[in-house]
Ligand binder design. Structure first.
Ligand code: HOZ
Length: 419
């Protein structure tokens, strides 16, 4: 496989951009080699600048539920482009998008649009603290909630990939407002509430963890968090940036039947454009400025292009409820062909092959994976035209654009791998 142009661009990139990338997980540090520079995407496929094509399971790290360039998103973008790119003033489509979100997730009575998942989480945390008058946040090890200062504690995604234990630049006082507990461990959460309950503003959780690889919740885990937060007057924040509109139209909260107090969103709801949102109970959301004293703002919030793409996505989802069953079946078929030496974890269209023979249920068990085997598997698949996330600690994503032939080719390549 010739990747000469990617290599040349990467060399130049390193003279211009820290590490040559605009987000660390793209740097291939966890697997070695040169990041591919992408020329274009189409359906399930990515094409690099050297003309190689790949079956894409990164899907821009989650947003591309319908693959690259679905016609209904492109058409919506074209229409808006004729009217302008940003106004810094309300537009009607923002209401339509807010309404679609509320229909899909009934727990979201009011919603505020922002520009990224990180921004959504940062704002939701401030709101939780302001609403409850408490300071502490409980998160779970291996979960990643964007690069919010206080949540870069035992975080997944790029932080796990690069093995950064505690991020420099985060004051100890910020980190000290966070208690990190093992995922899927309700007993530890109960102990923590017993010790600190009156000081805990919120518990934030990825209802299906996707940033330490895919780790689904054990039966009762989410229900237990809901019950404990309610009992102690803390808010339950579902970080559905990855799972929202992906696992079901109403996200993980629909799938598992839990009603969080606040929800953070991003990825799928922007159809590949930069957007995020946070929303939830009306009494809580009404504390945000200009209604209340908790400030949050953004020049490009509700950007017309991002809103139009998001609206097209959510309407398409509403009109095609069968997609989730299809995605589920396709992903199950692929996971049945887990490569030798690995354990497949899956929830809906999110999945990870962990190179361990033990069940992966939390960050500690995820970290027991053989990273050298993963590195070899990643390059094995890449050479056979399959693009996976360059890290053991990320989820892979199926899209509606993946064909039976794509899945067959992927399964065949995976089965032929020798650890
Ligand atoms: N949440 C994404 C990965 N788990 C972030 C992607 C990125 O940093 O580029």
């Amino acid at each position: 496989m010739n990747t000469g142009k990617s290599q040349a661009l990467y060399e130049r990139a390193q003279t211009l951009i820290p590490g040559g990338v605009n987000s660390p997980v793209r740097a291939f540090r966890g697997v070695g080699g040169t990041p591919l520079f992408i020329a274009r995407g189409d359906g399930s496929r990515l094409y690099d600048v050297d003309g190689n094509s790949y079956i894409d399971y990164v899907g821009s790290w989650g947003p591309l539920l319908f693959g690259h360039r679905p016609a209904f998103v492109i058409d919506a973008l074209r229409e808006v482009l004729e009217t302008g790119t940003s106004f810094g003033a309300p537009t009607e489509r923002e209401l339509e998008l807010a309404d679609e979100i509320r229909q899909a997730m009934p727990s979201v009575e009011l919603v505020r649009l922002v520009n990224s998942g990180t921004e959504a989480v940062m704002s939701a945390l401030r709101l939780a603290r302001g609403f409850t008058g408490r300071e502490l946040t409980v998160k779970f090890e291996g979960c990643y909630h964007g690069h919010v200062d206080s949540l870069l504690v035992k975080a997944g995604s790029g932080v796990a990939t690069l093995g950064i234990p505690d991020t420099a630049g985060v004051p100890d006082q910020f980190a000290a407002t966070t208690i990190a507990l093992p995922y899927n461990d309700l007993d530890r959460l109960e102990d923590t509430f017993r010790a600190h309950g009156a000081r805990i503003a919120a518990v934030i959780v990825e209802p299906v963890a996707g940033n330490m690889g895919c780790v689904p919740p054990k039966p009762g885990f989410l229900e237990g968090i809901r019950a404990l937060t309610a009992r102690h007057g803390a808010l339950l924040i579902f970080d559905e940036v990855m799972t929202g509109f992906r696992l079901a139209r109403g996200g993980a909260q629909e799938l598992y039947g839990i009603r969080p107090d606040l929800t953070t969103m991003g990825k799928v709801m922007g159809g590949g454009l930069p957007i995020g949102a946070y929303g939830g109970r009306r009494d809580i959301m009404s504390r945000i400025a200009p209604l209340g004293p908790i400030y949050q703002a953004g020049t490009l919030s509700g950007n017309p292009l991002a809103v139009a793409a998001g609206l097209a996505m959510l309407r398409h989802i509403k009109q095609n409820p069968g997609i989730y069953r299809d995605l589920d079946e396709k992903t199950a078929r692929l996971c049945a062909a887990a490569p030798p030496g690995s354990t497949g974890n899956r929830a809906g269209s999110m999945f990870t092959f962990f190179f361990t023979d033990r069940p992966v249920t939390d960050y500690e068990t995820a970290k027991r994976s053989n990273l050298d085997q993963f590195r070899r598997f990643f390059h094995w698949m890449l050479e056979r035209g399959v693009y996976l996330a360059p890290s053991q600690f990320e989820a892979a994503f199926m899209s509606t654009a993946h064909t039976a032939a794509d899945i067959g080719a992927t399964a065949e390549a995976a089965a032929a791998f020798r650890p």
